[in-house]
Design a protein around this ligand. Sequence first.
Ligand code: BGC
Length: 393
Amino acid sequence: MKPRNNRILFAMFAVLISASLVLTACAGAATTAAPAATAAPAATAAPAATSAVSTKGKVGIVLPTKNEPRWIQDETRFKEAFAKLGYGAEILFSEGDSAKEKANVESLISKGVNVIIITPQDGKAAAAAAEAARAAGIKVISYDRLILNTDAVDFYVTFDSNAVGAKQGQYLVDKATGAGNPLYLYAGAASDNNAFLFFEGAWKVLQPKIADGTFVIKNSSEAIALKDKATLTREEMAKIIGQITTNWDFNTAKNLAESNLTVAKATDKGNVYILAPNDGTSRSIADTFAADKDVTKYYITGQDAEKPSIQYIIDGKQSMTVLKDVRTLVGDAIGAAVAFLTGKTPAQTSTYNNGKFDVPAKPSDVITVTKDNVKQAIIDSGYYPATDFTGLP
Ligand code: BGC
């Protein structure tokens, strides 16, 4: 979302708030955003809303982990958005643990929230938490990752994850010339539905170039066995992901890359192409490949536009990332929450099947970022300040 649209959105919320709606800090909020002095609409709306706090709505947010800059980005953007509204919101982290996630949801239920925005740690395990919220009359918004196998999901705000994978695949295809280019595949956690969507999107683009010999897969016998199949079933993808998963973990990614390189011969290296699923794992895998004396050059993908990866791109250590503008996702999530709190239904533009039903959804566009457009896409767009980086082109 462009900053201008953001302002319009916040102005809309401010009007809503002063009229009837409250997004309030829950009691004992972990992150209570004081009304921002500079946020004019929210600051003026706050006093009128305060009196309505107890009778209107409360929103709770549950994010998966603080160990990845990606989710700190979301926390920061939620805080900024709620601060502009003049309110805090309770943001809880699940520390990569579904049991902690369930406890977080139960804590929010006991605090009387009306809407829970949740990124499931494990898509299937989160169904129980969503059902507990539903039983308490709470609206559940699945945020970025889809909660699976339950009808207790009211809305899904996300990025177009298939497009993320397709952009990663396309980047590698555009860089490859000739035949026999070594290709190393890595994926996210099998417990995350997005890992399948990313891989599916990448496979769609890479597979014809694997089938025609442009690329040769070096680290997955399951992917090699399926190389002539344009569209994979979920079970087939699960078999491949089982061999190439990073589990969204930097160390797992590093260890897997190391063991792949140990097994590979010098002739499997040279100028290599690496599908890395996100920025955190990309940095780990890139460092591992860079340290191998038989790797002369590598192209590696990523996603999330994490600050350390933007610096890696500037420094030529990571080739690309996919910008998923978290300001947009936060705006969509708050917009959906506001709709529910005011008795409306959020506007859907798509649906995603979660194994139980077609969940109404709003997916957003994503952008490829390389050294060539990093200044324009990341700095000029106001996503991060130039002062956070060194050596910007
Ligand atoms: C998100 C990515 C993130 C990954 C690991 C995915 O579900 O869409 O942005 O990098 O999880 O946390």
